[in-house]
Design a protein around this ligand. Structure first.
Ligand SMILES: Nc1nc2c(c(=O)[nH]1)N[C@H]1C(S)=C(S)[C@@H](COP(=O)(O)OP(=O)(O)OC[C@H]3O[C@@H](n4cnc5c(N)ncnc54)[C@H](O)[C@@H]3O)O[C@H]1N2
Ligand code: MOO
Ligand code: MG
Length: 412
């Protein structure tokens, strides 16, 4: 058993975990299923957008030179030789003093070099022919959406590693990606440990608590873009726990356990790791909460031994598991986004170790402002509900005055 524990700095702990990243394979999913997945290949424009010169207005396509000095009192009169909506084309060249009635999005006929808006014209019929009076002089290229003005062929539009948002979905559709190359989501096993645990549907019993960690972690796994696989609860029984973990590790990419990593008589994880011949990367970190968070590797798999205390468990996931998921997904940005924010309140507590406090940030007077989400003890659960960030408070201080600049890790 690893009795003597040497605390390491949190940055060192994160580094040790990140030295073991594995990148997931590429798979193809239907475009309609690709939202929030991570692109596995760059999106390249294989054609111009628009792919043809088109009209941005409902009106008439014409040759600008046929409207010299046209105005209200002296309109240019052109013969209407065609009528096209978006999706149709006028197959001929425009000759002198001719116009084609055109709708928004339709291809501008060959030889036409301007479009006049319907509002600047009047149509009339004479001797079975239709004409349009144009009350405005047009210049060449007036009111034309040119081929390639939106996107030029050959351009890299979105780089691999980007999370697909609705705008990217529009690009994917524009370029015909019926199936989208995305990185596979890792499957992450979840096991809760502790003889005190009841499942959520069980009534409370003396000395027992409901298992909240497993469900919290599964939600965090989903928020991070991975797939949770729940293997239930284990009582503090070594042979049974060892057997279960040895079994489930075969079914997942990574495994998270919660609880049992400290130095208590029923904290079995240190022994389980030893029996499994897992390589423990660290089992003590100079941070709060989550000081006893333990991470071990087993071949190319990672075992995350998160604390049993709910807030320590939550923080341990965000600091150590989230970056591994991001790397597996091939994301460009690894780990939660960090920003500077101003403390909206005094934090008077002594802070000997780096602390990751559950926080709530908002924008006040145009600036990011942050406050604790509730009481910050690691065995408490209430403050997690209001947390949309973690406030990083470097160790070695005896508190922070209101208005101090701090770094926050954005969760939502
Ligand atoms: N002598 C020492 N005692 C403790 C130390 C230490 O360094 N020396 N570390 C403390 C710290 S810090 C933490 S955090 C906890 C870590 O405990 P474990 O990871 O071993 O977790 P457990 O002992 O199993 O449980 C701790 C606590 O959390 C509750 N729990 C456990 N699982 C769940 C769950 N699934 N859902 C909700 N709550 C859960 C459990 O009932 C305990 O109350 O150790 C300190 N002790
Ligand atoms: O891991 Mo403990 O949460 O530092 O209190
Ligand atoms: Mg314990």
């Amino acid at each position: 058993m690893l009795n003597e524990r040497k605390p390491i700095a949190v940055t060192e702990a994160i580094q040790r975990v990140c030295d073991h990243t594995v990148t997931g394979e590429t798979e193809y999913v239907a475009l309609s299923e690709s939202y929030q997945r991570v692109l596995a290949k760059d999106i390249l424009a294989d054609h111009d957008v628009p792919a043809f010169d088109r009209s941005p207005y409902d009106g008439y396509a014409l040759r600008a030179q046929d409207t010299p000095q046209a105005n209200e009192n002296n309109p240019s009169v052109l013969e209407i030789v065609g009528h096209i909506g978006a999706g149709s084309i006028y197959p001929n060249r425009l000759e002198e003093q001719q116009a084609v009635r055109i709708m928004t999005g339709a291809q501008v006929p060959t030889n036409a070099d301007a479009v006049v808006m319907l509002e600047d014209t009047e149509m009339f019929e004479e001797k079975g022919k239709r004409f349009v009076s144009v009350r405005k002089s047009l210049n060449r290229h007036d009111n034309i959406s040119f081929r390639g003005e939106d996107i030029k062929k050959g351009k890299v539009l979105v780089e691999k590693g980007t999370v697909i948002n609705p705008g990217i979905t529009a690009l994917l559709a524009t370029f015909g990606y019926a199936d989208v190359p995305v990185t596979k989501k890792p499957v992450i096993g979840v096991i809760a440990t502790g003889s005190e645990l009841l499942e959520v549907d069980q009534p409370l019993e003396p000395g027992k608590i409901r298992n909240s960690n497993a469900y919290m972690i599964m939600a965090q796994i989903k928020r991070a873009g991975a797939i949770p696989k729940y293997f239930g609860q284990l009582t503090d029984d070594l042979p049974e726990s060892l057997e279960k973990m040895t079994e489930v590790i075969k079914e997942v990419d990574f495994l998270i356990t919660t609880g049992g990593v400290s130095v208590g008589d029923f904290d079995l994880l240190p022994e389980i790791y030893q029996e499994m011949q897992a390589n423990v990367l660290f089992n003590k970190i100079a941070m709060r909460p989550g000081s006893v968070t333990t991470v071990a590797t087993l071949k190319d798999q990672i075992l995350f031994g998160l604390s049993g205390n709910p807030s320590a468990c939550y923080v341990g996931f965000e600091l150590f598991t989230k970056p591994i998921i991001d790397s597996y997904l091939g994301k460009k940005a690894i780990g939660n986004q960090k920003k500077h924010a101003k403390l909206a309140v005094v934090i008077s507590k002594d802070n000997p170790f780096d602390r990751f406090m559950r926080g709530t940030y908002s924008i006040e007077h145009g600036e990011l402002s942050v406050r604790p989400a509730g009481k910050d003890k690691s065995n408490m659960v209430h403050s997690l509900a209001a947390a949309n960030c973690l406030i990083q408070l470097p160790g070695g201080s005896n508190g922070y005055v209101k208005g101090s600049q701090v770094i926050i890790h954005i969760l939502e």
